[in-house]
Design a protein around this ligand. Sequence first.
Ligand code: ADP
Ligand code: MG
Length: 258
Amino acid sequence: MSYVLDVRDIHRIYETKAGLTHALRGVSLQVPKGEFLCIMGPSGSGKSTLMNLLGCLDRPTSGTYLLEGVDVSLLDDDELAAIRSQRLGFVFQSFNLLTRATVLRNVELPLLYANVPEAERLDRALRALAIAGLPADVFDHRSNELSGGQMQRVAIARALVNDPALVLADEPTGNLDSATSLHVLQTFRRLANDGSTVVMITHDPEVAQWADRIVFIRDGKLLTEEEEREVTRQQREKVEQHIGQSQGKAAQQQEVAR
Ligand code: ADP
Ligand code: MG
């Protein structure tokens, strides 16, 4: 089977004045095309380090990373930059838009860098905005005039406009209310159903339930399948409890209202 993302025994050791930090200790991970994968783990467990490697923003100290079958450790900085702009789409917690540029301009920007002709640029930007679910009447608004939820939709459209092999999202719903989060998650879910590959980091077990698969990282290592099953079971219980509690509350409120 060929994977969009095939990580084998990756280590990442940071060297600082204070000494060495072994942030990733032998991570292996395979993600097939069309999978929506979620990575969860406590603060300091190595999530951002892993995300930076997957996003070709950093290189492992040892181990291999094949992206669409290409060993990215063999690429120079320019080639990595080309992969980032052409094969990857990034969605961040803080949106990272050009605040004074219009919505349309923000989404077109990756295509501008890739020298895509104007008519095609517009066409593809409009398509990406439609997938992200943004209403047409805001396309000419500056992005700093939008709500948080709309900003994140623009960021998703920007991430999709190059038709990336892999969408990487780091806490994409971290700054959003629950209704808006739901919309963002539905969009990722739909993308994966249509064959895109999505890797998302989140702290929130309810958010993680949208993924096809959840992997857990702790102290720079992924949990084994057995450890993973146990954590997944506990999380599902927590979510169910939470839902049960809010249903209970709603029932009580109805009772009081009567
Ligand atoms: P997470 O995103 O799960 O919170 P990180 O990947 O940011 O975890 O960090 C993993 C470990 O690596 C932590 O101990 C952190 O202090 C350390 N670390 C992260 N980035 C650097 C860096 N640039 N230099 C030195 N140590 C780092
Ligand atoms: Mg982090």
